[in-house]
Design a protein around this ligand. Structure first.
Ligand code: FES
Length: 105
């Protein structure tokens, strides 16, 4: 069971046990982190925006074009670390993944 390390908007660190097969968004939401995920994971709202720690960027699959376009529209977009957590499937190789919730748009 991978552990995800999530930093909330107050700067508090949370260590979350995640099931493989879930999306990162589901892990954050199920652990009561403040992720609205309005579209439910359909890649159409960007309210699941997170920043992935630099040393984890290469461990993730590349962004699909629709995710890239949507997250780039966020006023809090950062080239590189910005990802939509609903588009990141949890796998064992993401054990220790570190993300920070982006500010609400
Ligand atoms: S939950 Fe809507 S884009 Fe991720």
């Amino acid at each position: 069971m991978p552990t995800i390390i999530a930093i909330d908007r107050a700067g508090q660190e949370h260590r979350l046990a995640a099931d493989t097969g879930q999306s990162l968004m589901q892990v954050l939401r199920d652990n009561d982190l403040d992720v609205m995920a309005i579209c439910g994971g359909c890649c159409s709202c960007a309210t699941c925006h997170v920043y992935v720690a630099d040393d984890w960027l290469t461990a993730l699959d590349p962004q699909a074009p629709d995710e890239r376009e949507l997250v780039q529209d966020s006023p809090h977009f950062r080239a590189g670390p910005s990802r939509l957590s609903c588009q990141i499937p949890v796998t064992d190789r993401l054990d220790g993944l570190r993300v920070t919730l982006a500010p609400e748009d």
